[in-house]
Design a protein around this ligand. Structure first.
Ligand SMILES: [Zn+2]
Length: 318
């Protein structure tokens, strides 16, 4: 039996035909034409799903379900409450796709399906309880509890980036102040660096960006921190401090075996993980129980399609 995984992103739609072990048989992709609205995007998904099946001549009866990872928030009936990159609000994606495809469709947040991908094929494989965090422009996360994906009571699941952990100098895109992602994300580092530069602090960043703080990016900040630049180092250290606080909080709630960190910022690799576990230890309630492994996520580009396909399998078996 097979599953279809759909990775719906702000710029591209990737669709994979997946075995029940999470191996990719075939994959296709196309652009996300946001300007065509929900209907246009849903038509593209439908076209790509049919194409990925037809290209390898697999009878549709062998497809058990379709999973879709979305850049937004949905409920367990496949209603997408919002997906800001797509300019979607209250789109009944699950219902519309089921009508067109005549297949069961399961939808969740892209970070949650990536957690599922890591569980089947990546670094959290073989564990019972794990947390996946993706640090990029924002901060997202997914949970596996007792080998099952946790979507919450209403399917809204886990919005870890929006737990409030302090009072910050700028507001979150969600409207609140102090969200974890305003401390831990590429955006957070850029904003903090920009603040320090505007306050007149000396930094090699000044000449690299010609005084234009809008051209700061996370990689540049990590590179300058590695060279010992003070402003860049302060921004990285601040992010790592709050990463440790948040991870400590999650460990205190969930006691997971492992936390996997993925997303663009995790490209900083060993630099990000250096001393992180010791720092996290400061925030763990049960002293001496700093046993949760913290590792970089393993899967790159295919995490979305593997994860959404396997998400559909998990949901079908619930
Ligand atoms: Zn927020």
């Amino acid at each position: 039996m097979y599953y279809i995984g759909v990775d719906l992103g702000g710029t591209s739609i990737k669709v994979g035909l997946i075995t029940d072990k999470g191996d990719i048989i075939n994959k296709v992709s196309g652009p996300t034409e946001v300007e065509k609205g929900a209907e246009g995007i849903i038509n593209s998904i439908t076209y790509l799903v049919k194409k990925v099946i037809e290209e390898v001549n697999i009878p549709i009866e062998l497809i058990k379900a379709v999973g879709v990872g979305i850049p937004g928030v949905s409920n367990n009936h496949g209603l997408v409450y919002f997906a800001s990159n797509l300019f979607w609000k209250n789109i009944p994606l699950g219902e519309l796709l089921e009508e067109k495809l005549k297949l069961r469709v399961f939808i969740d947040n892209d970070a949650t399906v990536a957690a599922v991908a890591e569980f089947f094929k990546g670094v959290t494989r073989g564990t019972n309880n794990s947390i996946f965090l993706t640090i990029g422009t924002g901060l997202g996360g997914g949970l596996i509890i007792n080998k099952k994906v946790y979507s919450g009571s209403h399917g809204i699941g886990t919005e870890m980036g929006h737990i409030v952990i302090g009072e910050n100098f700028y507001d979150c895109s969600c409207g609140k102040n102090g969200c974890w992602e305003t401390y831990v994300s590429a955006t957070a580092m850029i904003k903090y660096c920009g603040k320090l530069l505007k306050e007149g602090n000396e930094s090699i960043l000044n000449s690299l960006i010609n005084g234009d703080t809008s051209s700061l990016n996370a990689k540049l900040i990590f590179d300058c921190a590695a060279k010992g630049d003070e402003v860049a180092s302060l921004a990285v250290d601040r992010m790592k401090k709050y990463l440790a606080i948040g991870l400590g909080n999650l460990i205190n709630i969930f006691d997971p075996e492992i936390i996997a960190i993925g997303g663009g910022v995790s490209g900083a690799g060993s630099f990000l993980l250096r001393n992180l576990k010791d720092e996290v230890g400061k925030y763990i309630y049960v002293k001496g129980m700093n046993v949760t492994e913290i590792a970089l996520a393993k899967l790159g580009n295919d995490a979305g399609i593997i994860g959404s396909g396997m998400y559909a399998k998990m949901k079908l078996e619930e």
